[in-house]
Design a protein around this ligand. Structure first.
Ligand code: UD1
Length: 419
């Protein structure tokens, strides 16, 4: 069992570069299946979700090389097969292969994506949109069988701007003989970038407005070489570290525009974020941060659910009281007990956490049970007096390539122990 031991850190300084975006590379790995040949993604993060997805691609007969942040996927040996429950249970994003597989093979069978420890995460919006495109779907408790041999043109308005459902429809439609208008899509920057890269591959995706696209299916997509944009959630995590410990840090590999929805909240709490160059920001904080009255998570461009746990740590030691509402995933308050054991004052009423800022946290033994909550506990360890020991750090590796090195580079005091 590996665990982190963390000592209090003060006055962070220096430069860190954020890794490539997890939420872009995962759909891109499914998109690579749509072309014949070798697709190359640069700035690919070395995280366990990418490693699992490589196994899925290898299961399809693709040859995958991953070296020095460059991922190359050769689809010429592709063999249709099913994604077993081994991967779909581990990673919900494996369901993104549904759209790509249906486009490529016309029929596909997938194990039901497992529930997940941040909430139920249903797939009804994906399935409804597929059905509207003419896909026939049969589901039982464990498996989904889909037949996309008779697709039709459609106007589809998603009931909710689901990131995964938007990506799945795009992945099916871009290389099928259909014209799809997709409305109320997720507006996350990773979706825009995925469409840009698909268009580079030869797709015809046109933006009608921020939340509506038209997809004209094409016969063929070609492999490309593309760079994965910086991970805004990692950037948000490191901005929070500066808010907690104070300091003056340059975060490179990210531009301020993709931080929409979170930078405003950080600024209002007292963290200064300015452009440093085209793809780097400067983050400064030299006083105790102040809680806003209320914050709630929303789809982009609202405050991201993936930064809710780090923000909860910041709110725990900021002045005043905040009502933090989680609107997307019902189990995203799992760190509350751990933070309260560290001295925080947080009460939960349904999907609202009422956080009274305290003067300080104290280090103790805590356990991570999911990705973003795990990263948030690392941040709590950095601001707590004394020593914090965090187990369950394998969850953090799902989305952070090397949180320990990154934070230590700017003054963190984190040691990894392996037993
Ligand atoms: C993606 C991100 C995840 C982020 C989330 C919300 C990836 C790999 N993951 O997850 O990091 O936290 O967006 O920004 O990109 N929903 C339904 N039915 C569906 C689909 C979704 O009810 O068929 C609900 C979900 O339960 C949730 C909300 O819609 O409440 C948002 O989910 P969605 O946007 O689909 O998130 P993911 O794509 O799973």
């Amino acid at each position: 069992m590996s665990y982190f031991v963390i000592n209090k850190s003060e006055d962070l300084s220096g430069v860190i570069k954020v890794q490539g975006a997890k939420n872009l590379i995962l759909p891109l790995m499914a998109a690579a299946l749509l072309s014949e040949g070798i697709t190359i993604f640069e700035n690919c993060p070395d995280i366990s979700d990418v490693r699992y997805t490589i196994k899925i691609l290898e299961g399809f007969g693709c040859r995958v090389d991953f070296y020095d942040s460059t991922l190359s996927i050769d689809t010429r040996g592709f063999n249709p097969c099913n994604i077993g429950s081994k991967y779909s249970e581990k990673m919900r994003s494996s369901f993104l292969f549904m759209g790509a597989l249906l486009s490529k093979c016309k029929t596909a069978k997938l194990s039901m994506p497992g529930g997940c420890n941040i909430g139920r995460r249903p797939i009804d919006i994906h399935l409804k949109a597929f059905r509207e495109m003419g896909v026939k779907i049969a589901e039982d408790r464990d498996e989904i069988f889909a037949d996309a041999r008779y697709l039709r043109d459609a106007y589809i308005k998603l009931d909710f701007p689901s990131v995964g459902a938007t990506e799945n429809v795009i992945l099916l439609a871009v290389k099928s003989n259909v014209h799809i208008v997709l409305d109320n899509i997720a507006r996350e920057p990773e979706i825009k970038e995925m469409c840009n890269i698909l268009n580079k591959m030869g797709a015809k995706i046109c933006w009608e407005s921020d939340s509506r696209i038209e997809i004209y299916g094409v016969d063929k997509l070609k492999p490309v070489r593309a760079r994965v944009m910086g991970d805004r959630i990692c950037a948000g995590t490191y901005i929070t570290a500066v808010g907690l410990c104070g300091g003056d840090v340059i975060i490179s590999g990210i531009d301020n525009n993709s931080l929409l929805g979170m930078s405003d909240i950080f600024l209002r709490m007292g963290i200064e974020i300015t452009n440093n160059s085209k793809d780097s920001i400067r983050v400064r904080c030299n006083r105790r941060t102040t809680n806003l009255t209320s914050i709630h998570t929303e789809p982009f461009p609202g405050f991201p659910t993936d930064i809710q746990s780090p923000l909860m740590v910041l709110a725990s030691v900021s002045m005043g009281t905040v009502r933090l509402t989680e609107n997307l995933f019902e189990n995203r308050f799992r760190i509350v007990n751990e933070l309260n054991r560290m001295g925080a004052d947080i009460k939960v009423e349904n999907n609202v956490a009422i956080i009274n800022g305290v003067d300080s946290l104290r280090g103790t033994d805590v356990r991570a049970t999911e990705l973003r909550g795990g990263a948030a506990l690392v941040l709590a360890g950095m601001v707590a007096n004394g020593v914090t020991r965090i187990t369950g750090i394998q969850y953090i590796a799902r989305g952070y390539e090397n949180i320990l090195n990154d934070l230590n580079k700017i003054g963190g005091k984190i040691v990894c122990h392996m037993e």
